[in-house]
Write a protein that binds this ligand. Sequence first.
Ligand SMILES: [Zn+2]
Length: 252
Amino acid sequence: MAALPCRAHIRLQANVVQQAGSVLPEIPASPPNPSLARGRRERSESLRDFYVKAVKTPSSLSLLTEALRRLPGIGPKSAQRMAYHLLQHDRDGAAMLGRALFQAVENIHHCSLCNTFTEYPVCEMCLDEERDKALLCVVETPADQLMIEQTLTFKGRYFVLMGRLSPLDGIGPKDIHLEKLINRATDGNVSEVVLATNFTNEGEATAHYISEMLKARGLKVSRLARGVPVGGELEYVDAGTIARAMLDRRAT
Ligand SMILES: [Zn+2]
């Protein structure tokens, strides 16, 4: 049988209820003004829509960060740091960068003969009548082309693949414009093709593929020699390079 509450216990419970009532606001059974309640509900709904939209729509800052992440070697943290730097310390530079990017994308295309970047249908180097039409050097990128030009040792013309064969990355013959290279190499002027692709596995595979393809069309094909770098000491050169240098040795 449950014990009945004593008189003091009942008084204590009554005090607790009274104190709580003095602190908490009273909740009306029904809204005092229906139009006021409707206004509050509409404001609340529009506020919720605003936050939902803000979460779903990427901000300008996140769009900028995502765009910067497209640069090679740039991860999310670096992209964020670059975006903050441009916006906080170099807004003029950021505007200049935006304009330059837009202009470059609008105006720069591939040369119809050598495939390098140019603002004209045919690049200046292909139009240069003083360059040797019989020699055609095949490189992977415009940066490689520039490096060879800086040596002042090659006076022929170029073909820029804009890449290299890489089956693992899904890059096949069509992606490096080999049809265009065949057309250039068999135009009747070229007598020797110099393969200057990189000495990486992909670069070597690309050179071998192009070599077979062009030899089958009766063209003379040569490859850049490999060896000890200028100023290099044999003690510090890797064994693979010394081995290639030994195989490719020539009479002095
Ligand atoms: Zn060109």
